[in-house]
Design a protein around this ligand. Structure first.
Ligand SMILES: O=C1O[C@H](COP(=O)(O)O)[C@@H](O)[C@H](O)[C@H]1O
Length: 286
């Protein structure tokens, strides 16, 4: 047998051992698997209003698909401008046609402030979205606002773990992290998503599901946030970005310079599909 042939046999043997190990030990499967990367689509619209119309249809279509396939639809909200851009979803025809009773609502990040504070992402979503549609209150997973940032992050993660154990939330077969059906993300001018900021170490967290920050560069400083492994395990992700002030950041994220450090928004990828919803202004530098 030639040396080349021996080397091939060696490689094949290692490969078979890896497959066998991953079948025997469930954890081995996770250790060897790399996260699947889905498709990325960039949609550009004439105006922010056109983005709102398209985002409503996209979300309603996904709701119908997931409710049919699995009987529920888990949606992760951001704060900020996203909630206003969701406004068409709570109007006709979707207000009547969407099966709101099957929705489960989570937050990708939350400010650790009382839930009735003007800074709370929960309050923002309640006013602009949740109060307008009949999602059962028990399906809305707000943070415990009586805890410290660390306590609130631990508590939210623990609640997610219980929902995974009871099979309310799926897990990614590739990574073992919880797999939400849809993440609706906004992006700040510094390229942050959720509360994962370019200059803060939380963006590199690889084990926790939910972490906390006490010195967010954007006020208010105390927050909790989903980590990248959870965000990127989502079945579908919408990055919703509008306005001229985000044009340079959008360009830096979608067309990063070789060798320059990636902004957090550039590290978003979905197991299913990542769809960017841009208005003309945000897309003007592409
Ligand atoms: O502080 C936050 O900022 C981001 C971006 O907000 P935007 O108003 O610039 O769209 C938001 O996605 C995040 O949830 C929020 O806590």
């Amino acid at each position: 047998m030639s040396i080349a042939m021996d080397f091939n046999m060696y490689q094949i043997t290692i490969f078979i051992l890896i497959i066998l190990a991953s079948l025997i030990t469930p954890n081995a499967k996770m250790a060897f698997a790399t996260p699947q990367k889905g498709k990325t689509e960039v949609l550009k619209f004439e105006s922010e209003c056109d983005v709102a119309v398209a985002l409503a249809k996209y979300t309603a279509d996904l709701s119908a698909k997931f409710v049919k396939e699995k009987g529920s639809f888990s949606v992760v909200l951001s704060g900020g401008s996203l909630i206003d851009t969701l406004r068409k979803l709570v109007e006709s025809p979707y207000k009547e046609s969407v099966d709101w009773s099957k929705w489960l609502i989570f937050w990708v990040d939350e400010r650790v402030v009382p839930l009735d504070s003007e800074d709370s992402n929960f309050l923002l979503a309640s006013r602009g979205f949740l109060s307008k549609v009949p999602i059962p209150p028990g399906n809305i997973y707000a943070i415990n606002d009586k805890l410290s940032p660390e306590g609130a992050a631990d508590d939210y993660e623990e609640r997610l773990r219980r929902l995974v154990s009871s099979k309310v939330i799926r897990v990614s077969s590739a990574t073992g992290f919880p797999k939400f059906d849809l993440m609706l993300l906004g992006m700040g001018p510094d390229g942050h998503i959720a509360s994962l900021f370019p200059t803060r170490q939380q963006r590199y967290e690889k084990k926790r599901w939910v972490t906390f920050i006490t010195d967010s560069p954007k006020p208010p400083p105390p927050r909790i946030t989903f980590t990248f492994p959870v965000i990127n395990a989502a079945a579908e992700i919408a990055m919703v970005v509008t306005g001229a002030e985000l044009a340079n950041t959008t360009k830096a994220v979608l067309h990063p310079h070789q060798g320059s450090p990636l902004l957090p928004a550039a590290e978003v990828s979905a197991e299913g599909e990542l769809t960017w919803f841009l208005d003309k202004d945000a897309a003007s530098k592409l």
